[in-house]
Design a protein around this ligand. Structure first.
Ligand code: XMP
Length: 506
């Protein structure tokens, strides 16, 4: 188990992912909240930070409980912090120290095992370590940065000015492995199979024979959470899958079939009419979202009450939703990002919460899902917003518009699959625009609806770029949509990136 102390670097989560990729478990904690169970952690990594260690309001935590007690890897700000408070000297750097650099004069065989001079590293800092602490030993330099790596042998501290966690640091994973395995002596046993085994045992112990209710969405997280819970407590798990009438074509029945094929105890509830009547006359996107959310909670609540004696609410919350991040001010107030599902249910339900995926990153959820034999089709599914087609029909939602958009979306998504493009795209879908335009079909002039197709590449949905789909594919898809979907006579392709646009149109 590795502790990553976060000083607010944009790369902190990346450090955690790299460590996990080495099959070593780690947790991120804000620098000012050392965990109470320090004994569980065999090594510590200090992250970078947007702050200068020279500044008054920079994070200056007391690390005496860790220093000298556990092997420590200090990255960037972390290394400067150690240097600054151990008798070294940190100062603003004269040269620009961003981007590519190459290691030279490498010393230490164990830390740099398998890494040779010339190996590319990535720098991103504005202060530099001018003078090492007296007891530190220089391990490597680069052309512009003399003190690029050092160690303090007596305390098993390794400091590096560059970022081993970023992709552009060529031997970054190797360096992390050298530190964690060769120096800190950690075992590489954190695998999806091991996670499944230990989580199932934990769930058995905490939930026992009490009943759990879980809302399934068809998405990756809730599905993997359900399968894990089912493995632990069998049919004491009661899943509810609500059809809000805004799902993709055939999604409700296909997903229900797939869930029953996985042996899950799922109740499908078709509440389409209720959602549609709540959406009647509503045009504002946020009001639509609120209406959909409200009806969802009503329906879920009614169904949950039919399960007598339920004690737990299962949720598919994942780690990025929960990581406490260091606030922008760097002050001691750490904030917790709230997950949109958490707290979404009425208080009077008084259910205890169980979140089996709460320590996993998205890619780990997929790997765990694969080790649970969940069909690849479900694990590779594009993200789909909770309000579904409700926010892809611009303006008021009606049953007719849903039916049109379902057909259009189906042709587009099926086409992506047939052309082998589905897995190259992060998210795709169609929008029904509140625009009519003139067309000609046969000898007749038409005045019908316009749809926009959107396909983006992204890693987390925070930023995204449109996908350069082949013209032949767009041509064929457009033809098929206009020929097969009555009411649509025009198809456009969205070529906007996020930012400044967003992925959805509402
Ligand atoms: P935007 O449009 O903000 O979308 O670029 C980013 C990601 O979030 C999804 N999204 C939602 N998901 N409820 C959800 O569960 C919502 O109200 C919602 N709005 C956007 C969107 O599909 C994309 O993946």
């Amino acid at each position: 188990n590795v502790l990553i102390l976060d000083f607010g670097s944009q790369y902190t989560q990346l450090i955690a992912r790299r460590v996990r990729e080495l099959n070593i478990y780690c947790e991120i904690k804000p620098y000012n909240k050392l965990p109470e169970n320090l004994d569980d952690f065999k090594a510590v990594i200090l992250s970078g930070s947007p702050f200068s260690t020279l500044s008054e309001d920079a994070p200056h935590p007391d690390l005496s409980a860790i220093r000298g007690h556990k092997p420590m890897l200090a990255v960037c700000y972390g290394a400067q912090y150690i240097a600054h408070f151990s008798g070294g000297e940190v100062a603003p750097s004269n040269t620009r120290e961003y981007g590519r650099a190459r290691l030279s004069q490498i010393k230490e065989g164990r830390f740099f095992n398998g890494i040779s001079s010339g190996s590319q590293v990535w720098m991103s800092h504005s202060d530099t370590i001018k003078k090492l602490p007296p007891e530190a030993e220089l391990l490597a330099s680069t052309e512009d940065v003399t003190n690029a790596a050092f160690k303090i042998e007596s305390e098993k501290i390794y400091g590096i000015q560059f970022h081993p966690e970023v992709y552009h640091t060529q031997d970054g994973a190797r360096l992390l492995e050298n530190f964690l395995v060769n120096i800190a002596g950690l075992a590489q046993t954190w695998t999806p199979d091991a996670f499944v085994e230990s989580t199932v045992a934990e769930l058995k112990a905490t939930v026992g024979s009490e009943k759990v209710i879980l809302g399934l969405s068809g998405g990756v997280d809730s599905t993997v959470a359900a399968v894990l819970l089912h493995k632990a407590i069998g049919d004491h798990l009661h899943c509810i899958f609500v059809n809000n009438g805004l799902l993709r074509k055939n999604e409700f029945s296909e997903v229900l079939d797939q869930y029953s094929g996985m042996g899950l105890n799922v109740k499908g509830v078709d509440a389409s009419e209720r959602f549609l009547s709540a959406l009647k006359g509503v045009e504002d996107p946020e009001l639509k979202r609120k209406a959909i959310g409200r009806v969802f909670i009503e329906v879920f609540d009614e169904e949950a009450h039919k399960v007598t004696d339920a004690k737990w609410l299962g949720q598919g919350t994942i780690y990025p939703d929960r990581i406490e991040s260091v606030s922008a001010s760097g002050g001691p107030s750490a904030t917790i990002k709230s997950h949109h599902n958490v707290g979404g249910l009425p208080d009077y339900m008084k259910l205890k919460i169980v979140e089996p995926l709460k320590m996993l990153f998205k890619d780990e959820v997929r790997r765990v899902g694969a080790s649970l034999d969940i069909p690849g089709e479900r694990l590779g599914r594009h993200p789909f917003p909770g309000p579904g087609l409700g926010i892809r029909i611009l303006g008021e939602v009606t049953a007719d518009k849903v039916a049109i958009l379902q057909e259009v979306d189906h042709i587009f998504i099926q086409g992506l699959r047939d052309w082998g493009l589905y897995d190259k795209v992060w998210q795709a879908g169609a929008m029904l625009l509140p625009v009519q335009s003139v067309g000609v079909m046969g000898d007749e002039r038409t005045y019908e609806k316009c749809v926009a197709l959107r396909a983006v590449e992204s890693t987390d949905g925070m930023t995204a770029d449109w996908v350069n789909l082949p013209y032949e594919f767009l041509q064929k898809t457009s033809n098929e949509i206009i020929n097969k979907v009555p009411g649509v006579n025009r198809v456009v392709y969205d070529i906007s990136s996020k930012p400044p646009a967003t992925i959805e149109w509402e």
